[in-house]
Design a binder for this molecule. Structure first.
Ligand code: ZN
Ligand code: ZN
Length: 366
């Protein structure tokens, strides 16, 4: 009888429940969870702010564990068999169809209308389908990825790592670029590390609170600014001072604040690039005080503005590879000191600590 933590309905506290172990279908598996996480998405799930969510549900969409039971065959991307006892993570997105217009023509599987996401759009009715649990049922067709890293090294990146990897890919960061990160949450921190790996010369970060800015500096940001103490004009001046008066080559917005989208454009240089990755939840329109001016903020600046939605298998796979590398994993290994751990029974406290940004990353260790 595996224990799970459940969000019964929007705005209700998390409850512990016991579920019966599933009967495994052909080519499926059972994962013994070692560690899952609490991210901003889980806070929004609890607040009922995501569309198409089937409550009650077990949150936790990115997890690491060991395969405790396999029925039939489970292959990795190289065609090798997984065995019981193997440590894996898995792509949280399931059942992209490889048959629709988005999958086949646009080659944008993150927009496939048939996709389901463990811990987000799979609910309790779909069985053990979230990571805040002792076990997860890996349905047929779930893409597992072997993990050679320590679970906590991978989870120091967690779901933010593939998301940030997608964002820096969209940003096409090149050697010598100056990158501005708006946001110092997990996506921003991971994107700082990955921007430097892609060859950025300098990464500046505007975020809050101070605890997270310290993590940003540790991740390699050459300068940080607390936005709570500086208005938009001061922030712009701060960016211009550091970029020969031009603005950043690439600005990545990872804040969750609509106004920051327009600010990201203003802080980028003319003919620069802007990636929007921080608006996973609908936070509504920009505020009236922002006064977006299409001519000044976008057209005349000759900006390249790109949205970035979700991540696909390639981003998960590369994430697992990079944190499993003895040299390249160093920044994530260092982040392990900034993790906070909670049991299933502590899930409500973990949610509150993430919502208040008191912690950098909260892990659930069932
Ligand atoms: Zn599709
Ligand atoms: Zn997440």
């Amino acid at each position: 009888m595996p224990k799970v933590a459940v969000i019964p309905q929007p705005n209700a506290p998390v409850e512990l429940r016991e579920l019966s172990s599933p009967n495994l279908e052909e080519n499926s598996a059972l994962l013994e969870v070692e560690v899952s996480e609490v991210c901003g998405t889980d806070v929004y799930l609890q607040q009922g702010r995501l569309q198409g969510v089937p409550y009650p549900l077990v949150p936790g969409h990115v997890s690491v564990g060991r395969l405790s039971k396999i029925r039939g065959t489970l292959l990795d991307v190289e065609g090798r068999n997984f065995r019981e006892g193997d440590r894996v993570t898995f792509l949280d997105v399931h059942r992209t169809c490889n048959a629709c217009w988005y999958c086949l023509v646009a080659k944008a599987t993150t927009r496939c209308p048939h996709r389901k996401v463990y811990g987000i759009t799979y609910g309790l009715n779909d069985g053990l389908s979230g990571g805040w649990a002792e076990q997860i049922y890996l349905k047929p067709g779930t893409r597992c990825i072997r993990l050679d890293a320590q679970p906590e090294t991978f989870m120091a990146g967690g779901c933010a790592l593939p998301t940030a990897l997608h964002a820096v890919e969209r940003g096409e960061i090149s050697i010598g670029d100056t990158v501005l990160m708006l946001g110092s949450g997990p996506v921003g921190i991971n994107a700082i590390i990955l921007s430097l790996m892609r060859g950025a010369l300098k990464v500046f970060c505007i975020g809050a609170p101070e605890g997270r800015l310290a993590v940003a500096r540790q991740a390699g940001a050459s300068a940080v600014l607390n936005f709570e103490a500086h208005d938009e004009a001061e922030r712009l001046e701060w960016v211009l001072e550091r970029t020969n008066g031009r603005g950043a080559d690439i600005t990545i917005e990872a804040t969750g604040t609509p106004d920051a989208v327009v600010q990201a454009m203003r802080f980028a240089r003319d003919a620069g690039r802007v990636v929007i990755v921080g608006q996973y939840t609908d936070h509504g329109p920009v505020s009236t005080k922002i006064a977006f001016n299409p001519h000044l903020d976008l057209n005349q600046k000759h900006l390249d503005v790109r949205g970035c939605w979700g991540s696909d298998f390639s981003h998960f796979y590369r994430s697992a590879e990079i944190v499993s590398d003895p040299v390249r994993s160093a920044p994530w290994a260092a982040l392990r000191n900034d993790l906070d751990r909670y049991t299933l029974a502590d899930a409500n406290r973990a949610l509150a600590d993430v919502a208040s940004r008191r912690v950098f990353k909260a892990l659930i260790t069932p």
